[in-house]
Ligand binder design. Structure first.
Ligand code: DHB
Ligand code: MG
Length: 565
């Protein structure tokens, strides 16, 4: 099954785009007309370039506002089409996408639309070209796939078929199950795009907010299964209009795009990715910083090797450096080799020593076993790791971790922090032992907010948060102090047991139907990394997101050097 992408997905000019598409490893492209019109290359030149890069040209698009028009407009449209057929002949493209009309010239007449598309298909067939008719979700009269199918069926021409675009079908809430009645040979092309669930004008939604599969809210595996069930054997091709991708490095976007398609192909039971081996928790996390040792020692860790610090079942590696960050996340895999092969099949860059690079720059290491448990400590292991990525990259980054590690996404949270809204998303493995979270500012504008990357943190598990906080403070740990307003509000909302103790120890608290969550934080190291200690009681599965604004405000106060009063 060929994998393709429309040039409109990527930033730059046609030469940038084609180079990026080929380098990522796609098989083919849809040439978007505007990219060709503005290119200095002739259509023959573009054909040669694609051939040199090993890319097929699978579609020429879009041809607009053709059908159901008065005779004079039809004549002009056919003339326009003949010109495009000339271009396609030079390009070596054999399928043209015709999208449903938005023109004022069009009338609401399916017979006329079918008759005129039949005429167009006749002209196309003479040139060895096929017409793929696509219902735009905002088409004037034809805006659902079932309507476009009725017209194609009525036109009844072998050179006329359908283009199905997941966005147009799913954005309108059409039931995709009807796809099953369309014969596969009448499906000429399949375009794939995901999108976040938004309530807005469908054209704006489509032109600005489409995402690659797996990054939005649509059920693309279900959609693709239905299409493949018809016998469709053409390319799976991405068509994503997105303001961010239009500005971002096309090489990076193309890799993220292909990864999303590889994951989707696996989700529909095709392709040959090595399955994600089950995970058995965290092996270690590696932190680069100038000054972590003192903090870590006060939390109760003991140095057990050159750079290795352990406590209970938790292991840290500390490396000295100015660029404070979580450098490596080590997970325990039941088959580290398979985990690595899967990561590399999903286009992760291999690193020396067997780890791979995630798109956010973090290394992901796969270890064969859990760290040996050293003598009892306050901590029993790593509960979760919270990484950061710029808002524009977070969807791709989160998809990478999810796909490589075989994690399941958890519900997203959004909360108001001192410098704007923050979105928190996370994913968890089947065994509930590996949780990866991403917290990102949803917008960065102006220079009032501090110009620092979003912080990252490592959360350790403890069976007794109150005892741990006391012991750590006694050992000199600098823990985040939380103000009284928080505890007064907490009392009003949840009236937790031992409120006074929580208050005295600056422990945050959350509760849901499944259980309770007690957690506290260290100060921030190097402006970037901090630690959290968490106690989960019962089946609480969240991260205390409700408390994040409190934590952020307290960290902010520390950054400013303000003394709590
Ligand atoms: O936004 C558009 O105009 C447009 C054009 C071509 C497509 O295939 C499509 O899905 C949308
Ligand atoms: Mg489309």
């Amino acid at each position: 099954m060929k994998l393709g992408i429309a040039t409109v997905c990527l930033s730059g000019t046609l030469d940038d785009k084609l180079a990026a598409v080929a380098a990522a490893g796609f098989d083919g492209v849809e040439i978007f007309e505007n990219d060709l019109v503005v290119s200095p290359w002739s259509p023959k030149g573009i054909r040669d370039r694609c051939a040199d890069l090993g890319l097929t040209i699978d579609l020429y698009q879009p041809f607009r506002d053709f059908e159901a028009v008065p005779p004079d407009v039809l004549a002009a449209n056919l003339r326009r089409a003949e010109h495009k057929f000339d271009v396609m002949a030079e390009l070596g493209a054999d399928t043209m996408l015709v999208c449903s009309s938005v023109s004022r010239d069009a009338v609401d007449d399916d017979d006329l639309a079918a008759e005129q598309l039949h005429l167009l298909a006749d002209r196309a067939a003479e040139r060895g070209i096929r017409i793929a008719y696509e219902a735009l979700a905002w088409g004037r009269f034809v805006n659902t796939y079932d309507h476009s199918w009725r017209i194609v069926r009525r036109a009844d021409h072998p050179a006329l078929g359908l283009c199905l675009d997941s966005f147009h079908v799913l954005s309108r809430g059409s039931d995709p199950a009807g796809i099953r009645v369309i014969p596969g040979e009448k499906l000429f092309f399949l375009q794939l795009a995901d999108a976040p669930r938004l309530r807005m004008d469908v054209l704006q939604w489509s032109r600005h907010h489409r995402l690659f599969p797996g990054q939005g809210a649509f059920d693309l595996p279900e959609f693709v299964r239905l299409v493949l069930g018809t016998g469709y054997a053409g390319p799976l091709s991405l068509e994503v209009f997105n303001d961010v991708f239009r500005q971002a490095d096309p090489n990076r976007t193309a890799v993220d795009a292909l990864r999303s398609l590889l994951v989707l192909r696996e989700e529909v039971g095709l392709g040959d990715l090595p399955a994600a081996p089950p995970l058995d928790g965290y092996a270690f996390a590696e932190v680069v910083s100038r000054d972590a040792e003192e903090t870590v020692a006060a939390l109760g860790f003991r140095r057990t090797g050159d750079d290795v610090w352990r406590q209970g079942g938790a292991a840290l590696r500390l490396r000295a450096g100015d660029d404070t960050r979580i450098a490596t996340v080590g997970v325990v895999s039941t088959s580290p080799d398979d985990s690595r092969r899967r990561a590399e099949s999903l286009l992760a860059r291999p690193l020396p020593g067997g780890a791979v690079a995630a798109p956010d720059g973090t290394a992901l290491a796969f270890e064969a076993g859990l760290p040996p448990v050293v003598e009892d400590g306050l901590l029993t292991g790593i509960d979760h790791v919270s990484l950061s990525a710029p808002f524009d990259d977070v969807d791709q980054t989160a998809l990478f971790y999810r796909a490589v590690l075989g994690l399941r996404p958890e519900p997203e949270a959004e909360f108001a922090a001192p410098f704007g809204l923050v979105r928190s998303r996370s994913a968890i493995d089947a065994g509930g032992r590996v949780r990866v979270a991403h917290n990102v500012a949803m917008l960065r504008r102006g220079d009032w907010a501090p110009a620092v990357p979003d912080p990252q943190h490592i959360a350790f598990t403890t069976p007794d948060a109150l005892a741990a906080a006391d012991a750590m403070r006694a050992a000199g740990a600098k823990l985040l102090e939380i103000g009284d307003n928080y505890y007064d509000d907490l009392d009003a909302r949840l009236a937790p047991p031992r409120l006074d103790d929580l208050r005295a120890s600056s422990i945050l608290y959350d509760r849901d139907d499944d259980g309770e969550y007690l957690h506290f934080y260290t100060h921030i190291l190097g402006g970037r990394v901090f630690f959290e200690i968490v106690q989960r009681i019962g089946g609480y599965a969240g991260y205390g997101a409700v408390n994040s604004p409190v934590r952020m405000a307290a960290h902010r106060r520390l950054r400013l050097g303000a003394v709590p009063s």
